[in-house]
Design a protein around this ligand. Sequence first.
Ligand SMILES: *Cc1c(COP(=O)(O)O)cnc(C)c1O
Length: 468
Amino acid sequence: MANNALFSLIPKVDEILSVDKINDYIEKLPRTLVVEAIREEINKLRKDLLQNENIYLENNPIDRAKLIDDIIANIEKKSEFNLKKVINATGVVLHTNLGRAILNKEVMENVLQAASNYSTLEYNIKSGERGSRYSHIEDILTKLTGAEAAMVVNNNAAAVFLVLGTIAKDKEVIISRGQLVEIGGSFRIPDVMEQSGAKLVEIGTTNKTHLEDYKKAITEDTGALLKVHTSNYKIMGFAKEVELLDLVDLGKKQNIPIIEDIGSGTLIDFSKYGIEKEPTVQESIRAGVDIVTFSGDKLMGGPQAGIIVGKKKFIDLMKKNPITRAFRVDKLTISALEATLRFYLEESNAVKNIATLKMLTTPFEELEKKADRLIKILNLESKNYSLEKFDGFSQVGGGSLPLVELPTMLIGIKSYKISTNKLEFLLRHYRIPIITRINDNKIILDVRTIKEEDFSIISEAINGILNF
Ligand SMILES: *Cc1c(COP(=O)(O)O)cnc(C)c1O
């Protein structure tokens, strides 16, 4: 059959729209979305016909039922959100690509209230006048950290930028070469400093910096001494950084502010829970650091935010800096942050309730039991795959605690039906994507980061893929 004759057999858009199964979608979804899906599938079919003309039977060149099914699949795909839930089976707790810290229900309830109602965002109930959006978290942040004042911006990169641009614009900022860090997503401390208007003065060497180096670099133009926590790498061996207390002492003597970018922003001492110690915000404030900045959605386990705590005179300057407006957080962030911080008023509550902390501190014995429960739900009878349980390690992620290995229980799935790569692909493309890793030709599931309520989805996926 000639192309023209073949094409004329393809149903027209209007014809397809009148098919009941398709028409149902018009009620629920925007008509344009449905029409777009129909056009795309028709065009695909045309291309197909052009390329494979000969394989179509003369008397039935077009499989109408298949076309309708393809269109429905396309409509379903288009109606899904682009930003959607995935199941993190990687064991990386603060998985940067999967959204870093996740918020718990209590926090989300507070966000829902703030989002769907008018709120006290910038309204002072007592006076009936305009209030400050920072007031909602300032008290609790100062209480928790011991700082005089606090504020919050969009993320820690913005916080560092704002601090340097406010305190050290057109001045020199001294930093050790061992701390010129790059964080994922091309956040480079030297670039941020340059953009903020501060002038970078690098001192020491990659592995060693001494107090003398700081002393020698101080001039009339020095605006601040900056310490950056090397949260995503460690220099081992013949290495030395100046102690924070010594740096603070030097700053006091010379009347130069000390700024610390502590990165991961821990408010609790992790060594109590068998994890390597990260410097806490409270310790830095107690040591006398003038300004500390950190992320809200790393180890603190809150929403994305850059938190700035320290001396009131500096924080006040930042609040007045016009650029703060460009970095300001919205009510959703503030409500999530306030709810998260409230858990920290009682450390045991924080560890029990904040998802990130809970996942990081789950004892191995509990993970083992959790793995057993998942195995029980997965179908052990199948001939198409085998399951095994073995010890391994989870990672903290998010550029935090890079060397820490958290003992965990892994489940390995070996498929006898399809390749491991194919299984990984199909799990990743599942209705709710399941993100796994491959090791030793097996799919690896780390139960640490999997929610118990998602076990049934994993079981449904594995059985759907391997047991039909
Ligand atoms: C993560 C990190 C940043 C960037 O923080 P964001 O909240 O991702 O903007 C800056 N400095 C350090 C030391 C970090 O660890």
